[in-house]
Design a protein around this ligand. Structure first.
Ligand SMILES: Cc1cc2nc3c(=O)[nH]c(=O)nc-3n(C[C@H](O)[C@H](O)[C@H](O)COP(=O)(O)OP(=O)(O)OC[C@H]3O[C@@H](n4cnc5c(N)ncnc54)[C@H](O)[C@@H]3O)c2cc1C
Ligand SMILES: O=C(O)[C@@H]1CCCC=N1
Length: 388
């Protein structure tokens, strides 16, 4: 294939997942095109912003196994691109002592030998100053967790992809997909043909999938990304070794609250609810629900006495959530040369390098080195046949 309209692989969506997938395909010498609807970089999807948490603290063994490999890939990308993408801070996990999620998370970590330190109520304040541990709650610190620099990651991965000969066309929206042994892709400015297509379109995934005859049970949520000002400068600063944190609440992850130390905006700590309100990705700013902010204000005033309990900065970001909060990493049910990476449910950034490798393997017809049964589309069919 020599034309600049014909490719071995096309990836739709230059968020973290599409960028790492395109990079992996280019590494395997495939002539690859990465298409993005907006001018890059942009702030309208799920991958923008300065920071994300990286952690192995999960209830499921399979996420921990994926993260073991993924840490190596993050470090490789840092070396290859010559930029720092990860900063170790540790992750403080707090939760009601008898809560099922808290216990499962702690036990899965212990079983998988993830380095961690269990805190007692007596030594908590010594290790974690300026935070109150709630009555009846327990805590541990996952030592190798930390912060990923998100915007910097996208720039680095896209840059490495281009160095390998990959082509990025931004400001070019895919408007139609015609499956076949050569897939035809129509965009706002032209037509492409490709042997293999990967769809990593984040909150817009179903808008593209309907053109191929399916829809997945994905819910798009707008998240209010809140930053809270320190009363005394430096109290929760990354340089003072303040960790990222995860507060487990209730039995559903949408009640969890998480935070990152003051870093990107001096004197401000990012604390968010792991949930939001339903939104249309093209009308994100019309969704003005702030009930999550009221929950966060109560949390901050009770538990972080060194922060002003009124958000100083509120930004927006989108989650694309599946019914079980697990990702979709699979072939299109009807077309083997179309692969889908979607439904990252607000926790996919840290997995970007391994997701890229898995989607690339699937696209090239190779067997990925992880069991993908938790991520298969058929898991939805059992519950809701009409969604496919
Ligand atoms: C507030 C917030 C906090 C988070 N915190 C964490 C965290 O701490 N740790 C963690 O691991 N994860 C976290 N996540 C989740 C993580 O950021 C997402 O799972 C991840 O960014 C999803 O990436 P994506 O590539 O699937 O989607 P996106 O980044 O949305 O990328 C999809 C891309 O496809 C493009 N596109 C869509 N349709 C078309 C089309 N028709 N034509 C061309 N291009 C198209 C879009 O413009 C977009 O650029 C957080 C998410 C949010 C919102
Ligand atoms: O994925 C993460 O680590 C963050 C924090 C917990 C909730 C979702 N995102």
């Amino acid at each position: 294939m020599t034309s600049n309209r014909e490719f071995d692989c096309v990836v739709i969506g230059a968020g973290v997942q599409g960028s790492f997938t395109a990079y992996q395909l280019a590494r395997r010498n495939k002539k690859t095109l990465l298409l993005e609807q907006f001018v890059l970089p942009h702030t309208r999807g799920s991958s923008h912003g300065q920071t994300r948490i990286i952690r192995k603290a999960y209830e499921e063994d399979f996420y921990i196994r994926m993260m073991e490999e993924c840490y190596k890939l993050w470090s490789q990308m840092e070396k290859e691109a010559g930029v720092k993408l990860y900063r170790q801070t540790g992750l403080l996990v707090m939760g009601p002592e008898k809560n099922e999620s808290y216990q499962l998370c702690k036990n899965t970590m212990l079983k998988n030998n993830v380095p961690m330190v269990q805190l007692t109520r007596e030594n908590f304040g010594l290790h974690i100053p300026n935070v109150s541990l709630a009555e009846g709650h327990a805590a541990f610190v996952e030592l190798t967790a930390g912060v990923l620099y998100a915007d910097r990651t996208l720039k680095a991965v896209q840059g490495q992809f281009q160095k390998l000969g990959g082509v990025i066309r931004d400001n070019e929206k895919v408007t139609d997909i015609k499956p076949g042994s050569l897939v035809t892709i129509l965009t706002s400015t032209g037509v492409y043909r490709t042997k293999r297509l990967v769809i990593t379109a984040g909150p817009w995934t179903n808008r593209l999938l309907v053109k191929t005859g399916i829809e997945l049970p994905l819910e798009v949520m707008k998240i209010n990304v809140c930053y809270w000002r320190e009363k005394v400068d430096g109290s929760y600063d990354v340089k003072q070794k303040f960790p990222c944190f995860l507060q487990i609440e209730g039995e559903k992850s949408k009640e969890h609250i998480y935070g990152l130390p003051a870093n990107e905006y001096p004197g401000m700590v990012k604390i968010c609810l792991h949930a939001g309100s339903p939104a249309d990705p093209d009308q994100r700013d019309q969704q003005k629900d702030r009930s999550d902010i009221e929950t966060l204000q109560r949390f901050v005033s009770r538990r972080f006495p060194g922060l002003v309990p009124e958000p100083a900065v509120v930004e927006s970001c989108l989650y694309t959530v599946t019914p079980d909060n697990h990702f979709v990493l699979d072939y299109h049910p009807a077309y083997r040369n179309i692969v889908i990476g979607a439904g990252f449910s607000g926790h996919g950034f840290k997995f970007g390098p391994i997701v890229g490798q898995i989607l690339c393997d699937l696209s090239l017809g190779e067997v990925p080195s992880f069991d993908l049964s938790p991520f298969r589309i058929t898991r939805f069919q059992a519950k809701n046949k009409s969604s496919l």
